[in-house]
Design a protein around this ligand. Structure first.
Ligand code: ZN
Ligand code: ZN
Length: 161
């Protein structure tokens, strides 16, 4: 969301254990690369309603370079559902093959590179984020099917796009 100048430097990453992430059944367990995400968003797009099987999807963004390549052991356990995006990129959705919970989304751009940020699914993060104090944006609100409190920051689509 924000530019990468706010990313955690390598010194912090060395001492920061990150946030614990798990699926519903516990087969998938990992940690985010740090405990300080680039940003957070609740997305009301139609794809996020389906991927979350709920009324919106919650994303917690981290620098792609801190997450990929995935550790081989983790990559072997995760399943991936990929689909094209409107902008010609490919959305790769990593999920638990046993319980189906989405863990992580990463976008491959048309040139083959990863988009600069990847998103962990908010509900998969077990602890360490204080959602009540985070300034979480609501995005793709043009597709929202629920009432959004007026005091929340809203964007009709993706901010900056
Ligand atoms: Zn699972
Ligand atoms: Zn979405």
């Amino acid at each position: 969301m924000r530019d990468t100048s706010s990313k955690t430097n390598s010194e912090d990453t060395a001492t920061d254990p990150g946030l614990p992430v798990s699926c519903e059944c516990g087969y998938i367990r990992l940690r985010t690369p740090s405990s300080t995400p680039l940003g957070t968003a609740h997305c009301h797009c139609t794809a996020c309603r389906k991927q979350s099987a709920s009324l919106f999807g919650s994303s917690v963004y981290f620098p792609a370079e801190q997450v990929f390549p995935l550790p081989a052991e983790l990559e072997a356990k995760l399943s991936v559902f990929s689909h094209p995006t409107d902008s010609g990129s490919t959305m790769n959705c990593y999920f638990c093959p046993k319980c189906g919970v989405r863990i992580l989304h990463a976008i491959t751009l048309p040139d083959g590179n990863l988009r600069a940020s990847v998103s962990f699914k908010g509900g998969a993060i077990d602890s360490g984020l204080d959602w009540k104090s985070l300034n979480t944006k609501h995005i793709f609100t043009r597709s929202a099917v629920m009432k959004i409190p007026e005091e929340w920051e809203c964007h009709e689509t993706y901010p900056g796009s």
